[in-house]
Design a binder for this molecule. Structure first.
Ligand code: BES
Ligand code: MN
Ligand code: MN
Length: 459
């Protein structure tokens, strides 16, 4: 649509400046020292939504970080799209590995470098600018609701409560999210799934206090050594996970589905080069695409204990710890998997130590139906602006709230992400391509247009 193109061309620089201003707010949800910043960020999002033309815009306080809500109802008889995103970001450390300040956005080689640029400020803000485009050109084709939260990176616990308490206000026909990746701008793709998550923490205790490693070492079990062995045993020689029952409910894909999945463009040599690894690793019998999309995994996210400061200290630590998370696929249940993990971890502990396992957050996997009107609208929208059909792929990451949209609100979700896996999400030097940002803003109005048209014809 020419009016959209013209409006976006005229406002291109401002669209970027506004995003840069959001990126300067260090809205780290995991760190309570940033509570003032998450609040300030929520207020900034509210203001931007209002300026774009949203109504009933509100910063909704929760027991944690606030949720920003806004809407534009043009006609209650038209379909409604609920746009979800998150303004919170992951912690920026290790700071010394950043080439520029994580909250001082820099444009270099066509990319915006800043924490949150791709995950998810740059991506949810495309929706605000797409909405502005439609609103200011009087071309909004359906009702649009916005729900931008501040706790995605810490498990969205309060958003779950918000869904339960706001069912009427959140009534919609579909949820639209840009918080995933595509293969590349040349090979646009749409994620048709998200993995679930079960996040655990373990504590292994040996002696009742730290000991002199010369006086006691060799005679008393070292909890760090024991923990390392226990962790190592969680994968067998084929890199299968050894927790009994772990794979029982895993949905196996048909040979045709696997072939289709593996047809997506993927260059393993390029992948290895990008990551600086000599070889890939993973569950025997599955490709890299499958290992990161349709198979469950177990990762150690952190491990510590004993002396890790400067120099050396000869100590036999009393305790060792690890944070371990598992990515889940349909139809694994994260509570069940958490319990299986706990039982197994307790069972494999030698008598010489005590173990304590605690469950952090988690979430269910999700698969988007590809025969829905909303998915077809996304497909058509990508085709309209990229000139190519998007390739359906399974995303490896998790957005736990997506399964709850279905459970609490009865809503399916379309994941129309514009980032790249190589955007350094959660890593130093996170980036988001300017082209990706503008392409997203260009594409999103077409989603609304096609969804409104197709939903009308269908119902
Ligand atoms: N946007 C990501 C999820 C994502 C990234 C999905 C790339 C697909 C492709 C999201 O912000 C995220 O990081 N989620 C967390 C889970 C959360 C409970 C901390 C994750 O996947 O680790
Ligand atoms: Mn995200
Ligand atoms: Mn994230």
């Amino acid at each position: 649509m020419q009016v959209w193109k013209d409006y976006q061309a005229e406002n291109k620089d401002r669209f970027l400046d506004e995003l840069l201003a959001l990126l300067r707010i260090p809205s780290v949800s995991a760190d309570s020292r940033h509570n003032g910043d998450t609040q300030q960020c929520a207020e900034a999002v509210k203001l931007r939504l209002q300026e774009a033309g949203a109504e009933k815009v509100e910063v909704c306080q929760t027991a944690g970080h606030p949720i920003v809500y806004g809407e534009k109802i043009i006609d209650p008889s038209l379909p409604t799209v609920l746009v979800y995103g998150h303004y919170d970001v992951q912690p920026a450390d290790p700071l010394e590995l950043w080439h520029s300040g994580p909250f001082e956005p820099v444009i270099k080689d066509g990319n915006i470098y800043a924490r949150g640029s791709a995950d998810d400020k740059g991506q949810f803000y495309m929706h605000v600018k797409a909405f502005e485009t439609m609103n200011k050109t009087n071309t909004i084709p359906c009702n649009i609701k916005f729900m931008i939260e501040g706790e995605e990176e810490v498990g969205s616990a309060n958003l779950g409560i918000f869904l339960k308490e706001n069912k009427e206000r959140l009534k919609a026909d579909v949820v639209l999210i840009s918080d995933t990746s595509m293969i590349s701008l040349e090979n646009p793709s749409i994620d048709t799934g998200l993995r679930g998550l079960a996040y655990m923490e373990v504590e292994v205790t040996g002696p009742n206090r730290d000991l002199h490693s010369g006086v006691y070492g060799g005679a008393v079990a070292n909890p760090a050594t024991v923990l390392a062995k226990m962790i190592a045993s969680l994968h067998d020689d084929n890199n299968h996970i050894t927790i009994p029952g772990f794979y029982d409910k895993v949905q196996e894909l048909s040979a045709e589905e696997r072939t289709a999945l593996n047809a997506a463009p993927f260059d393993e040599e390029e992948y290895k080069k990008d990551l600086g690894i000599a070889d890939v690793w993973g569950e025997k019998g599955y490709s890299t695409i499958e290992r990161t999309g349709i198979r469950p995994t177990l990762e150690v996210n952190g491990i510590w204990g004993g002396y890790t400061g400067e120099g050396s200290k000869t100590v036999l630590p009393s305790k060792a710890f690890a944070k371990i998370s598992m990515r889940l696929v349909p139809n694994q249940d994260w509570h069940e998997i958490s319990d299986l993990f706990t039982k197994h971890f307790e069972a494999i502990a030698p008598k010489s130590v005590k173990v304590k396992v605690t469950k952090h957050h988690g979430g269910s996997p999700y698969v988007t139906p590809t025969d829905s009107v909303a998915f077809k609208a996304a497909h058509k929208a990508i085709n309209a602006t990229f000139g190519k059909d998007p390739i359906p792929v399974r995303g490896g990451g998790s957005i736990p709230i997506v399964a709850l949209f279905e459970k609490e609100l009865g809503l399916k979700t379309v994941l129309m992400g514009f980032g790249l896996d190589s955007d350094n999400l959660h890593s130093p030097n996170e980036k988001y391509g300017l082209d990706n940002y503008y392409k997203g803003i260009e594409t999103i109005p077409y989603f609304h247009k096609f969804f409104a048209e197709m939903a009308k014809n269908n119902g």
